[in-house]
Design a protein around this ligand. Structure first.
Ligand SMILES: NC(=O)c1ccc[n+]([C@@H]2O[C@H](COP(=O)([O-])OP(=O)(O)OC[C@H]3O[C@@H](n4cnc5c(N)ncnc54)[C@H](OP(=O)(O)O)[C@@H]3O)[C@@H](O)[C@H]2O)c1
Length: 246
C-alpha cells in the first residue's frame, strides 16, 4: 500500500494499538502525527508527537486548524478500566462514554473540512465489545457500539468526499495486556480461546487500517471489518452434553 505524501493523524498513537497503527502508516510512506496527553515512552521513529486531550473540544479544534493538511484520521484513543456498573457512580461511566464515543465525534468534526478537501478517510477503532455483552466494561461496550453506528451515518452524510470505516478489533497484545488478561499464563490461556491461536499484534490492526485508508479500499465506506482472529467459540458448545466433536 503506497501512502507517500498522505498526512495521517492517529489519536492515542503513542503506545499499544495506536503505536502499531502509526508504525504501519509510516512504513507505507505516510507522514504520521500521533497525539495523546503524554509523549511516547518508547520513541516512535518517523512520527511527530503533538500533545492533545481528545476530550477537550477547543484544543481539538485548534489542533486541526493549525494542521496544514490531513488525508487520514484514525480515531484510536480509547479504553476503559474493568469496573462493574454498580461499583461506580454515573460520572465515571460518563467519562468512558466521553473518551470512546464523544471524543471521536468531536475529533472527526474538527477534521472534516481537511478530509473533504483531500477526499480523505476516517478509520474508527472499534471493539468486539460493541457487539456483545460487555460485563465489567459496559459503558465501553455501549460506546463502541455507538461508534460503529456513528461511522455508518458519517459515511452517508460525508459521501462522496470522505470515506468512513470501522475496524472491529478483538484482543490485542500490548504493553498493558496484563491489565486485561493477567500474566503470561493468563495471556496464553486467553490466546487458546482465539481460533487463530493468538492475540492480535498492534501491527495486525495497523495493516488493516492502512488497507482501509488506501486506494485499494476506494469503494469501501460505512463498512465494519472484523480483526479478531476468528471470533469467539459459542460457550454453549462446551457446556452442552451433546455434539462434543465440534
Ligand atoms: N488492547 C486491546 O486488546 C483492544 C481490543 C479492542 C479494541 N481496542 C481499542 O484500541 C484502542 C487503543 O487501545 P490500547 O489497548 O492500545 O490502549 P492504551 O494502551 O491504553 O493506549 C491508549 C492511547 O490513547 C491515549 N489516550 C488516552 N486518553 C486520551 C485522551 N483523553 N486524549 C488523547 N489521548 C488519549 C493514551 O495516551 P495518554 O494516556 O498519554 O493520553 C494512549 O496513547 C482503543 O480504542 C481500544 O478500545 C483495544
Amino acid at each position: 500500500m503506497e501512502l507517500s505524501g498522505r498526512v495521517v493523524v492517529v489519536t492515542g498513537g503513542t503506545r499499544g494499538v495506536g503505536a502499531g497503527i502509526a508504525r504501519s502508516f509510516a512504513e507505507a510512506g505516510a507522514e504520521v502525527v500521533v497525539c495523546a496527553r503524554r509523549p511516547p515512552e518508547v520513541p516512535l521513529p518517523k512520527a511527530r508527537f503533538a500533545p492533545l486531550d481528545v476530550r477537550d473540544a477547543d484544543a481539538v479544534r485548534h489542533f486541526f486548524a493549525a494542521l496544514p493538511r490531513l488525508d487520514v484520521l484514525v480515531n484510536n484513543a480509547g479504553g476503559a478500566p474493568y469496573r462493574l456498573l454498580a461499583d461506580a457512580g454515573p460520572e465515571r461511566h460518563l467519562r468512558v462514554l466521553e473518551l470512546n464515543l464523544l471524543a471521536p465525534l468531536t475529533v472527526s468534526l474538527a477534521a472534516h473540512e481537511h478530509l473533504r478537501r483531500t477526499r480523505g478517510s476516517i478509520v474508527m477503532i472499534g471493539s468486539v465489545s460493541g457487539g456483545r455483552p460487555s460485563p465489567g466494561t459496559a459503558a465501553y461496550g455501549a460506546a463502541k457500539a455507538g461508534l460503529e453506528n456513528l461511522a455508518r451515518s458519517m459515511a452517508v452524510e460525508w459521501a462522496p468526499d470522505v470515506r468512513v470505516n470501522t475496524l472491529v478489533v478483538g484482543m490485542v497484545r500490548t504493553e498493558r495486556s496484563q491489565l486485561h488478561y493477567g500474566d503470561e499464563e493468563g495471556i496464553a490461556a486467553v490466546s487458546r480461546s482465539v481460533p487463530l491461536g493468538r492475540l492480535a499484534e498492534p501491527s495486525d490492526v495497523g495493516a488493516a487500517a492502512v488497507f482501509l485508508a488506501s486506494n485499494a479500499a476506494a469503494y469501501i465506506s460505512g463498512a465494519s471489518l472484523l480483526v479478531h482472529g476468528g471470533g469467539e467459540r459459542p460457550a454453549f458448545l462446551d457446556a452442552a452434553s451433546v455434539n462434543k466433536e465440534t
